[in-house]
Structure formats: structure tokens, C-alpha cells
Design a protein around this ligand. Structure first.
Ligand SMILES: Cc1cc2nc3c(=O)[nH]c(=O)nc-3n(C[C@H](O)[C@H](O)[C@H](O)COP(=O)(O)OP(=O)(O)OC[C@H]3O[C@@H](n4cnc5c(N)ncnc54)[C@H](O)[C@@H]3O)c2cc1C
Length: 562
């Protein structure tokens, strides 16, 4: 380059002076970030107040602001891009059975535990505590889902451990304060050396997850009050938890046991992580296969009563599946509304196109219904065991676990299409939500299993049916389509329908409960759209087929994320 004048050497200047294309010129919307996920979700705010957690307003608004920040969204993306890695041995060949996580995972866990997603109804019990937690959890589900697995399991295990602390004083003395603590402590140490602890659940084996009575893992009394557990679990999520509640065959039958990761003497328990599952979604979270090589565990409840003991944990995890799917639905719908507001085609924004307005309004309806259902169900978990609400939860939990979770993949796919090609690209987040969407329907009792559970409850627990029908009585006369539907539903629940009809029953319960909530509490246009499109003979095979006479603008405006 000798002899070339200096200014000529800066030839790329010509390139640099080419004006960069601005986002507005490129017809690309601004990134969906910096929104307060609470303040911009009216259905959630209203449901939170209505269901008894008005006192949590400021705290939820703060959490909604944190979750909506660009930095939080980028932690979520990173935790899923850089998933967990299994390290079975150290460099000297010793078994360590550790899982390494990206710092983004730890950051998200610390934030959510500070917020109390793993414990707040137990650490700060008060009326509406379940509802406040549900609202916080729903917003978290809009952003990241893998971290919610250990948070849910810890939250769900607490009532079981509390109940059995009488038999094992160390549960109360050592574990309980750490399960309620709000500081995240990811260290692999005996629990006594930690500030907080997390709990997981191990039920599913190779030969079956729905039919846990077929479990083959054995638990033999060790003679010192503990049991020796031998066998395996085919799905064992969040294996870095400090303990798991597991099912195993004891001499008296299938039993629930508390299996810590470290033993009281400080040694690692004989829980061997075989491999991590290579999953469709939920990639930030580790789900493992494990073998128990004479692991030590302690019995919770009586031998042979494993299912009744662990079912209390399962009930709470199923609640979280409903809330989590409502969050996924909101996350996808908010993205779709945001995109359609800015993106233009054929001379106007997508949000102004009549057919797109039908799709957006229909998506917004799904968000309204899922949010209302999730928070109503959470309130039922606030109730004491003898109340009508507890009876309602018996029927509503499996019905909504079936239905809301089933809606999520449909809604996320439609929302993705609103973004066109951009929606199919990882950076838009929609692909991650799409991969996540079927999971809540599969784990913690898959769709059919939920519907059969609804049928069982309807047949065996008249108080549950009564509580459900009482919800409908509150809105009698509010919408004649809903009235007709609930009459048919009442007859359906009273009849001895066969198993093959169980999905129809559960779906009928869910759309009716949503209808009842919307008729009572939502603007008339929303309730009208719901009852006219989800109840009776309306054509609902895809979204975007609402009657064209509806005021789409009113439905969409209410759901806009800002
Ligand atoms: C990512 C991930 C993480 C998981 N983490 C855990 C975990 O941490 N701990 C844990 O214990 N499990 C975990 N699971 C397992 C999960 O709970 C089970 O996969 C689920 O319960 C279904 O059990 P299965 O896979 O054995 O299917 P199966 O029991 O074989 O069922 C297969 C299908 O048949 C249907 N079915 C079953 N019985 C009937 C019937 N009588 N009539 C009609 N249909 C029926 C089910 O609804 C399901 O759709 C995880 C699963 C996944 C995908």
C-alpha cells in the first residue's frame, strides 16, 4: 500500500456512508421488550384483584417490569440456547453426578425465588396468596419455562413435607426453613450447609408413567428407620434438586419416600444420573434418567399409601400446568398483537386488516379465558379443605389441566403465523414457545388421564359437581347459550358416560367455566364472543372464525400489550 495517500486507504468510507436501513423503512416492528407484563395485561390485573390478591398489585407490577426487560428476555434466550450438561465423573474418575447450567439459568432462578414462586403461599400465608403467586408465575411463563419446573415442584412438595414433619422432625427443623427461604442456593452441598433447598419428583419409570402402580423400583427397610431404594426413574427432572419425592414398592405396597441428594453424614446418596433427555423444548431445564443403587430414603405416610401421599404434590403441579399454559398463551398473543400493530401489508397495518382482526380477536379471547380460569383455580387452592372451593378444585383442576394445556399449542401456532416468516425464526421467541407448548399437556398426567380423573371425580364426589353447578347458578340468565350448555353439562355429569366420552365432558366443563367467568366479570363483548364461538355448535376447528358482526376492535384493544 506504499504511496497510497492516507485518506485513500480509508476507502471503506464510501461503504460507511451508505445510509443504514432504519427499522421503519424495513417495515419491521420494534422488539417486543420493555413492557411491564402486569400493567399491560388487563385481564390478569382484573383477575388478580377479583380473586383476592389486590394487595399484591405493587409487587406484581414490579415483577412484571423486571420480566419484561430486555435483559431478562435475553437471559431466557441464553438459558435455552446453552442448555444443561451432565458431568457424571470428575477428572479422577469419581462419580459426581452433577449438572452444569449456564449462568443465565442461575440468574433466572435467583430472580424467581426472590419473588417467591417456589414458596410464597407457605412462607407468607394470607388470603389471596395462591392468587398472587399464580399471577407472578403466569408472567414468568410468558418469558421462560424451564426454570419453572424446579420452582413448581418445590412449591408443590411443601404441603406434603409439612404434613409428614411430625414423623420426621428433621423435615421441620432442617428442610422447612430452607424450602421457604427466598435466596437461591445452587451449591451441591448437604442441605444443612445451604441457605435454601429445592425439591423434585420421581414417579415415571420405563414401563409406565400414567400407571404408576406398575412401578418396579423397590424400597426395602434398612433397619435404621431408612429404606434402601433400588431401581430407576425414566424421567427425573431437575436432578440437581436437594431432594426428590419418589414412589417405590415397599413391602406394604407402593409408597412415597423422601430421597435426599446428600445423606445426613455428608456423603452423596446413591442416585446415579445416567443421561439427560434430549427434549423438544424445555431445554434450559435438565430432565434425567436415574438409577438408584441402594439409595437411602425415608418413608412419608404409610407403606402402600404412596399415591394418596404424593397426590397432594401432584394437585399443585397440575395447577401450575394450567397457570403455565395460560402464561404461554399470553406470551404468544402479546407478541402477535405487538407485531400486527406495527407491520404493514397492502397499505395498512396488519391490525387494521379485517380478517387479521378476526384472528387477533380470537387469540385475545383465548388469553382472556385462560387467564380468568387460571386465577380462579388458584383461588380455589387458597380455600380450606372443607370448603366448596376445594370441592370445585377437585373437578376443575384436571378439567382445566386438560383443556387450557391443550389450547396452548393451537394458540401459539396461530400467533406465530401472525408474525409470518419472522415468527418461524428463533429470534422472535415464538419457536421456543411453540416447542414448549405441548409439554404441560403431557407431564403431570397426560390429556386422557386428566379426563378420566374428571369422570372419576364426577361419579364419586357429588360435592365437586355441586360446587361446579353453583358456579353456573351465579350467572344463570346472563347468557342463554351458556344456560343451555350448563343444563346439558349437568345431565352429562349425572349420567354414567363411558370412558370414550371423557374428553367431551372435560372440554364442556372448561368452556362453561370460562363462559361463566367471562359473563360475570369481562366486558359484555368478550363474554358474547366466547359464548357465541366456544359453546354449542359454533365452528371452532381453527381460530379466526368469529362472527364478523362482533366488535373486534374492543376485544383487541383490551388485550394490547402497550
Ligand atoms: C420433559 C419431561 C419431563 C418430565 N419430568 C418428570 C419428572 O420429573 N418426574 C416424573 O415422575 N415424570 C416426569 N415426566 C414424565 C411424565 O409425567 C410422563 O411422561 C407422563 O405422565 C406420561 O407417562 P408415560 O410417558 O409413561 O406415558 P403412558 O403412561 O404410556 O401414556 C401414553 C399415553 O396414553 C394415555 N393413556 C394412559 N392411560 C390411558 C387410559 N387408561 N385410557 C386412555 N389413554 C391413556 C396417556 O394420556 C398418554 O397420552 C416428564 C416428562 C417429560 C416429557
Amino acid at each position: 500500500m506504499q504511496g497510497v495517500p492516507t485518506e485513500k486507504r480509508v476507502a471503506p468510507r464510501a461503504f460507511l456512508t451508505i445510509p443504514r436501513m432504519q427499522a421503519a423503512d424495513a417495515n419491521q416492528p420494534p422488539p417486543y421488550e420493555g413492557h411491564n407484563l402486569y400493567r399491560t395485561h388487563r385481564a390478569l390485573q382484573e383477575a388478580t384483584v377479583r380473586e383476592g390478591a389486590d394487595w399484591a398489585d405493587a409487587q406484581l407490577a414490579r415483577w412484571g417490569e423486571v420480566l419484561g426487560r430486555a435483559e431478562t428476555l435475553s437471559l431466557a434466550a441464553r438459558a435455552n440456547r446453552h442448555g444443561p450438561e451432565l458431568r457424571t465423573h470428575d477428572r479422577f474418575g469419581n462419580r459426581i453426578d452433577e449438572v452444569d447450567f449456564d449462568p443465565a439459568w442461575h440468574g433466572l432462578m435467583a430472580m424467581a425465588m426472590r419473588e417467591g414462586e417456589h414458596a410464597s403461599p407457605w412462607s407468607s400465608p394470607r388470603p389471596g396468596a395462591q392468587v398472587a403467586r399464580a399471577a407472578a408465575y403466569l408472567m414468568h411463563a410468558e418469558v421462560e419455562n424451564g426454570t419453572q419446573c424446579p420452582l413448581t415442584m418445590t412449591y408443590a412438595a411443601a404441603p406434603v413435607l409439612h404434613r409428614h414433619a411430625v414423623a420426621h422432625s428433621w423435615l421441620a427443623d432442617i428442610w422447612r426453613p430452607r424450602l421457604l427461604a427466598h435466596e437461591y442456593d445452587p451449591r451441591s452441598l448437604p442441605v444443612a450447609a445451604k441457605t435454601s433447598a429445592l425439591i423434585g419428583m420421581g414417579m415415571t419409570e420405563r414401563q409406565g408413567g400414567s400407571d404408576v402402580r406398575a412401578n418396579t423400583t423397590r424400597a426395602e427397610p434398612a433397619g435404621d428407620g431408612a429404606y434402601r431404594v433400588t431401581g430407576h426413574k425414566w424421567f427425573f427432572s431437575a436432578p440437581m434438586c436437594d431432594a426428590h419425592l419418589i414412589l417405590a414398592q415397599a413391602p406394604g405396597g407402593l409408597s412415597c419416600l423422601f430421597l435426599p441428594r446428600f445423606l445426613p453424614d455428608g456423603n452423596r446418596n446413591a442416585v446415579l444420573l445416567q443421561r439427560l433427555k434430549d427434549k423438544l423444548g424445555n431445554r434450559s431445564n435438565a430432565s434425567s434418567e436415574v438409577e438408584f443403587a441402594g439409595a437411602s430414603a425415608w418413608l412419608l405416610g404409610d407403606e402402600g399409601r404412596g399415591v394418596p401421599v404424593i397426590i397432594e404434590m401432584v394437585r399443585h403441579t397440575r395447577l401450575d400446568c394450567v397457570i403455565g399454559s395460560a402464561g404461554l398463551i399470553r406470551g404468544a398473543v402479546a407478541q402477535a398483537l405487538h407485531h400486527a400493530t406495527y407491520r404493514r401489508a397492502f397499505g395498512r397495518t396488519l391490525r387494521e386488516q379485517p380478517l387479521m382482526r378476526n384472528v387477533l380477536a380470537d387469540l385475545a379471547l383465548e388469553d382472556e379465558a385462560a387467564t380468568a380460569l387460571a386465577l380462579r383455580l388458584a383461588r380455589a387452592f387458597d380455600a380450606d379443605a372443607a370448603s366448596a372451593d376445594a370441592a370445585l378444585a377437585r373437578l376443575a383442576t384436571p378439567a382445566l389441566k386438560y383443556w387450557v394445556c391443550k389450547r396452548a399449542p393451537t394458540v401459539v401456532a396461530e400467533a406465530m403465523e401472525v408474525l409470518g416468516g419472522n415468527g418461524y425464526v428463533e429470534e422472535s421467541v415464538l419457536p421456543r414457545l411453540y416447542r414448549e407448548a405441548p409439554l404441560n399437556s403431557i407431564w403431570e398426567g397426560s390429556g386422557n388421564v386428566m379426563c378420566l380423573d374428571v369422570q372419576r371425580a364426577a361419579q364419586r364426589e357429588p360435592a365437586a359437581v355441586e360446587a361446579l353447578m353453583a358456579e353456573f347458578a351465579l350467572v344463570r340468565g346472563g347468557d342463554r347459550r351458556l344456560d343451555r350448555h350448563t343444563d346439558v353439562l349437568g345431565a352429562m355429569l349425572a349420567s354414567d358416560a363411558g370412558e370414550a366420552d371423557a374428553r367431551r365432558q372435560s372440554a364442556a366443563i372448561a368452556v362453561a367455566l370460562a363462559g361463566a367467568l367471562l359473563v360475570r366479570h369481562a366486558p359484555r363483548v368478550i363474554a358474547d364472543a366466547w359464548c357465541g364461538s366456544r359453546i354449542g355448535d359454533a365452528e371452532t376447528s381453527t381460530l379466526g372464525m368469529l362472527p364478523a358482526t362482533l366488535d373486534f376492535g374492543a376485544i383487541i384493544d383490551r388485550a394490547l400489550p402497550g
